[in-house]
Design a protein around this ligand. Structure first.
Ligand SMILES: C[S@@+](CC[C@H](N)C(=O)[O-])C[C@H]1O[C@@H](n2cnc3c(N)ncnc32)[C@H](O)[C@@H]1O
Length: 282
């Protein structure tokens, strides 16, 4: 059957099941080994066959499972990370936060400085592995997660990208209280309080430990409160935050920071939501 016919046939089913059209294209590109989406359009008049395994993957997505878990990969910052239901699927918002982190690090630190970095709540390891691969510094990177299963996936990605990260199974606050001298702390901790409405496929398939915490700002406050224990004098902390958390976090920061030595700034994403908090030494 022509690719365009396969697409049209299943598009009807995807629409009936309220599944995003992009998931169908991602599946078809994956089945037929296309390098990128443009090949999908170029190849539309060629004939392709769907295997039984392909059909069962389509059914999983039609039943609401996120397409990235079905194909076991997800593009993030130009890397293809292995993912499955043991970890949160890396999000586009996090690419935005990570870009800010990379820009901030390269502005603040000279290329001959050695950096001690940690990624708190690492999940698939996507943040730390990109930092490891793209930052041109001597560095030591620790990745922390309290989920054994998440760290199993992180290890798969560490090996896949031959990355030099150190995996630590620990509560992130305990880890920080037993370690010192970090120049860079990155955290995308759980920040959704249970009262929020979350998409059904996220709720049904993604790990709850990666998403929910009450109060929603718990980890930011704990990390910032304890910062003198684990930070080097010259430091930067980058946090991904929920779009409605700026006000509460700003009130807290005004009370706890020593403005002779440190400062904070919030940054907006392209949707004009405050999604990044940076706290750093002056
Ligand atoms: C929002 S996910 C972030 C995953 C990944 N860093 C990313 O940006 O895509 C949060 C991660 O924090 C981990 N986590 C939750 N509570 C934790 C805790 N108390 N200590 C360490 N890790 C924790 C979860 O297992 C999950 O992998």
């Amino acid at each position: 059957m022509k690719l365009s016919e396969i697409y049209k046939k299943y598009l009807i089913k995807f629409k009936e099941n309220n599944i995003e059209e992009i998931s169908l294209r991602i599946l078809l590109c994956y089945f037929f080994n296309f390098k990128d989406m443009s090949e999908f359009y170029i190849e539309q008049d060629k004939n392709f066959n769907l295997t039984n395994e392909n059909l069962s993957s389509i059914n999983r997505v039609l039943n609401g499972e996120p397409v990235y878990y079905v194909i076991n990969e997800c593009d993030f910052y130009n890397f293809k990370f292995y993912v499955d239901k043991r970890v949160l699927i890396p999000r586009i918002e996090s690419e935005f936060v990570l870009k800010k982190c990379i820009d901030k690090i390269t502005d603040k630190f000279k290329s001959n400085e050695k950096l001690k970095i940690c990624d708190l709540g690492t999940g698939s390891g996507c943040i730390a592995i990109v930092l490891d691969k793209l930052l041109n510094y001597k560095k030591e990177i620790f990745v922390v997660d309290n989920s054994k299963k998440a760290l199993e996936v992180c290890k798969i990605n560490k090996n896949k990208f031959n990355s030099n990260i150190n995996l630590v199974k620990s509560d992130m606050i305990k880890f920080l209280n037993n370690n010192s001298n970090f120049n860079v702390v990155y955290a995308n901790p759980p920040y959704i309080s249970k009262k929020y409405e979350v998409d059904k496929s996220v709720l049904n398939y993604e790990p709850k430990n990666a998403l929910f915490i009450s109060p929603s700002y718990y980890y930011y406050e704990k990390i910032i409160e304890n910062r003198t224990l684990f930070l080097n004098k010259k430091y930067i902390m980058v946090f991904e935050i929920g779009y409605d958390q700026k006000n509460i976090l700003e009130g807290f920061l005004k009370n706890v920071l020593d403005f002779k030595k440190e400062k904070y700034e919030f940054y907006k994403d392209l949707d004009n939501h405050d999604r990044i908090l940076v706290v750093e030494s002056l």
